[in-house]
Design a protein around this ligand. Structure first.
Ligand SMILES: [Fe+2]
Length: 298
């Protein structure tokens, strides 16, 4: 399948969920029903967990590693959201709540604004270890929850939820969603003299954990807010560009920013393609683009 660009709404967690999937609760939460996971489902978790745990040392940032170590997340079984929430609550005031899959934008943002992370209750099938259309418990828990133990990310993700509710009213959600995409989902950070992963979309993917750091194809560009807000992204393939923070603490300033004037500032300005380099970029790696060129030909 040819790579696709973001759609509207472009949010990984916020793609419109049909009424058929609507649970009884207005906030779309469901019982995790941990007891009902089968041995096969725990085995799928174990396979994914062991594979990523072997790959990530030296690749994941320190905050991810510290968060993972402090949480009740292990190889043997799918984590219990109540146990995760107990630890999270003590550290950063966050909770994990179960949802059936994708939820509407306003529901997703409202959860984040109240420091509740909506996590997919289901786990992918053994035939889909490397590809899934909706975020499942492995992506959401292994990828996101360790970073929510970090105070900076904890504040930033809550601010994104508050900002999302406002951006939706202003009809500028695609521009804000790109900030989340290129940070929380696919962000890299300078650390220990190199680049490390903090984005959950990378950290929960074996192939992208390698591609994002080691492959010659993608661009790696210093993070600039306006630039990111004008840059489209891929939803069904590796990213063509990754944006790099100098330090995670830079997100603190972003959590406090008033996006209102920024929306006005970028209104009507051209948007950038995912693989494009533009004047003013701090280019850490000029990508060859070879991977996506092959995909386009194929
Ligand atoms: Fe995610």
């Amino acid at each position: 399948m040819a790579p696709q660009l973001e759609t509207s709404p472009p949010h990984l967690h916020g793609a419109a969920a049909g009424d058929a999937g609507r649970p009884a609760c207005a906030d779309w939460t469901i019982d995790q029903d941990w007891q009902r996971y089968t041995p096969q489902q725990h085995a799928t978790w174990r396979t994914l967990f062991q594979r990523q745990s072997a790959l990530l040392p030296g690749r994941a940032c320190d905050a991810f590693v510290a968060g993972m170590q402090a949480l009740p997340i292990g190889a043997e079984q799918i984590p219990d959201f109540e146990q995760l929430s107990e630890v999270l609550m003590r550290h950063t005031g966050w909770q994990v709540v179960a949802v059936p899959g994708l939820v509407p934008d306003e529901v997703f943002f409202d959860h984040l604004a109240h420091r509740r992370f909506p996590a997919g209750q289901f786990i992918r099938s053994p035939q889909q270890l490397d590809y899934l259309e909706e975020p499942d418990v492995f992506h959401d828990v292994f990828g996101h929850v360790p970073m929510l133990m970090n105070p900076v990310i904890a504040d930033f993700v809550q601010a994104y939820g508050l900002g999302g509710l406002r951006a939706r009213q202003l009809c500028v959600l695609p521009q804000l969603a790109r900030v989340y995409w290129y940070t929380v989902e696919f962000g890299l950070v300078r650390e220990h003299g190199g680049l490390r992963i903090y984005g959950s979309g990378i950290a929960s993917s074996y192939a992208e954990s390698v591609f994002a750091l080691d492959d010659a194809s993608p661009n790696r560009i210093g993070f600039q807010l306006e630039r990111v807000m004008r840059t489209r992204y891929r939803i069904d393939d590796f990213q063509e560009s990754y944006f790099v923070l100098d330090r995670l603490e830079d997100l603190l300033a972003l959590a406090k920013i008033d996006f209102g004037p920024l929306y006005a500032q970028i209104a009507g300005k051209p948007e950038y393609e995912p693989g494009e380099l533009v004047a003013g970029d701090t280019v850490l790696t000029r990508g060859t683009g070879s991977y996506h060129a092959r995909r386009r030909r194929g």
